[in-house]
Design a protein around this ligand. Structure first.
Ligand code: PEP
Ligand code: MG
Length: 575
């Protein structure tokens, strides 16, 4: 059945499609700054119960931190947790919270938020680097406190099939809404490789971006048809359009499933691997459904930025174990890539976060965080020998590899001396996200076991275009010939060093990108699981020579538009 809407449809709002599919449901307009707590007045009678809630939350937090400390062998991490406990027990905190509740008659969640925010501001102003580095911890304690004292859960409950409407959303919030039944996402901001959009694709939620002033045009409860294929929504549609779309959805759902087998080779028998990019446990069912041959990129930042902080070693191990138990094949675990757009709570403001304290740069300064993650990953690698690979984000100079290798070896030594088995052959690789690495790839490749090209960041750094900025979204062109040239140089350097190269950016899950990458000699692609069937169908129905010819022409073109044109012709001719 062919049904769609356009500018002439009543109550139609156009937006840019970022993830395909169709959803129908009630709008839920989400607030962007969910962390900020507003003052709420309480009555005289509520003062005592608010103070009691504070005391109960404090005891619970101290107890949880004590439990966390019990499971730690690392002395310095344990000392940090002890310091956090001291902060929570500090009588000044209680004094300030009680004063706000009693004298200003304001609720306990606001009293806690206000008290901690005051101390955080003081630390920020202190100018001390040591104090500044503890601000993230203080903000975490504050957020945990607030969620514990809140009567209502911080989570907003949403109706089934809700279409989320917002200015922006964090990946963690999106997953939490998805688990409650959200079925679509419409955002004012963001680019096609911003993180919430990548997760929406991975979860199979249709998503639109660049929907101008959408939060002003729609109110919660409005009935919405979201067409992620056509790039638009209809607000409060007529019964006819609604019925037509309900029919259309039935048809779409049937055709999404993949039925390919585990044979991954081109028509002339050249083998390739298709892997999945994963960040949340909620994505795992799609990995198996789409026959991924493993996890090519496990993003780990959700452990730090989720509602529940999961940076202690036990929680990390549980997360990695869930991945290894639910997926067959290798699992490439990437170290925390904090910074850039992946840090909701920065300890201080940077003029250029994407060019700043990010990925490996931050980890090499934040040794406790790095070591706790290494300990968890290396322990798990020892339990699943041959299945874990370790990936280092945002490398830009060779020396960073020496430094991280030093840390890894030290941690392996510590584990061995405590009788914990390790995987002696654990492959260590780096992301190729910065042009310096692509241009000098041989020198980087010599020092590692594999390279994984992050085309999202490589594109943003090559074309000087912020990947999440909707104003310049048309300049984010990940298969621009200049990006492909850098990838081709990466492959040549890696070949010389006899090191494997894969791609885990969104380019790998894009038809044009995947075909060119294979043609450039990369035979391992990692992508959001839902893209796998389409890419499999494309690559398995072509000969290797076809792909090489396409790539050779592509790198010499002058623009993405030319490449799109070339690809269209090539696809028809080689079908
Ligand atoms: C990339 O940069 O292409 C990548 C895969 O990493 P992320 O999207 O997490 O920055
Ligand atoms: Mg990246």
């Amino acid at each position: 059945m062919s049904v769609s809407f356009d500018e002439n449809t009543e109550n139609f709002i156009k937006a840019r499609s970022a993830a395909g599919g169709i959803s129908i449901g009630p709008a839920v307009v989400i607030k962007t700054d969910s962390k900020k707590i507003s003052p709420t007045a309480i009555s005289e009678e509520e003062i005592e119960s608010n103070k009691e809630k504070f005391c109960a939350a404090r005891d619970l937090l101290i107890h949880e931190l004590q439990k966390m400390r019990g499971g730690l062998q690392d002395k310095s991490t344990s000392e940090i947790i002890e310091a956090q406990q001291q902060i929570i027990k500090d009588p000044e905190i209680e004094k300030s919270v009680f004063e706000i509740i009693e004298k200003k008659s304001l609720s306990v969640d606001f009293a806690v938020y206000e008290t901690f925010s005051y101390f955080i501001e003081q630390l920020k102003e202190s100018g001390s680097e040591l104090f500044r580095q503890r601000i993230i911890d203080l903000e975490n304690i504050r957020d945990q406190y607030v969620s514990k004292v809140c009567d209502h859960d911080v989570e907003v409950s949403i109706p089934d099939n809700a279409i989320l409407i917002g200015s922006k959303i964090s990946p963690t919030e999106l997953v939490s809404f998805y688990e409650q039944g959200a079925s679509g996402l419409v955002l004012e901001k963001g680019g096609i490789t911003s993180h919430a959009v990548i997760i929406a694709k991975s979860l199979g939620i249709p998503c639109l971006i660049n929907a101008e002033k959408i939060t002003k045009k729609i109110k919660s409860g409005d009935s919405i048809i979201l067409d992620g294929n056509e790039g638009g929504i209809v607000v409060n549609p007529s019964e006819k359009i609604l019925n037509d779309y309900a029919e259309k959805i039935k048809g779409v759902k049937v055709s999404v499933r993949s039925d390919h087998t585990n044979e991954f080779e081109t028509m002339d028998g050249y083998p390739f691997k298709l892997m999945a990019n994963v960040e949340f446990e909620a994505e795992l069912p799609r990995v198996a459904e789409n026959n991924a041959q493993g996890i090519g990129l496990l993003r780990t930042e959700s452990l730090l930025f989720g509602k529940k902080l999961r940076k202690d070693i036990e929680d990390q191990e549980a997360f990695y174990t869930a991945m290894l138990e639910n997926v067959s094949g290798p699992v490439t675990i990437r170290l925390f890539d904090i910074g850039g757009d992946k840090n909701a709570r920065r300890p201080y403001k940077e003029a250029n976060p994407f060019l700043g304290w990010r990925g490996i740069r931050l980890l090499l300064d934040e040794k406790n965080l790095l070591r706790s993650q290494l300990k968890a990953i290396l322990t798990i690698a020892g339990k699943y020998p041959g299945r874990v690979k370790l990936l280092v984000p945002m490398v830009s100079v060779v020396n960073e590899i020496d430094l991280i290798r030093g840390e890894i070896e030290k941690m392996q030594g510590t584990l061995l001396s405590s009788g914990i088995p390790i995987d002696e052959d654990l492959p260590i690789g780096i992301m190729v996200e910065v042009p310096s690495v692509a241009l000098s790839s041989f020198h980087f490749a010599k020092k590692v076991d594999f390279l994984s090209i992050g085309s999202n960041d490589l594109t943003q750094y090559t074309l000087a275009v912020d990947r999440g900025n909707e104003k310049i979204h048309n300049l984010f062109q990940h298969y621009h010939p200049s990006v492909l040239k850098l990838i081709s140089m990466t492959v040549k350097g890696a070949k010389k060093a006899d090191v494997n190269v894969s791609v885990c950016g969104e380019l790998a899950g894009d038809e044009v990108g995947a075909a060119c990458l294979m043609g450039l000699g990369i035979n391992e692609l990692s992508m959001v699981p839902n893209s796998l069937p389409e890419i499999y169908d494309l690559l398995s129905s072509r000969n290797r020579n076809n792909l090489v010819e396409l790539a050779n022409k592509a790198v010499d073109l002058s623009s993405s538009e030319e490449l799109e044109e070339l690809f269209r012709e090539w696809k028809d001719q080689t079908a």
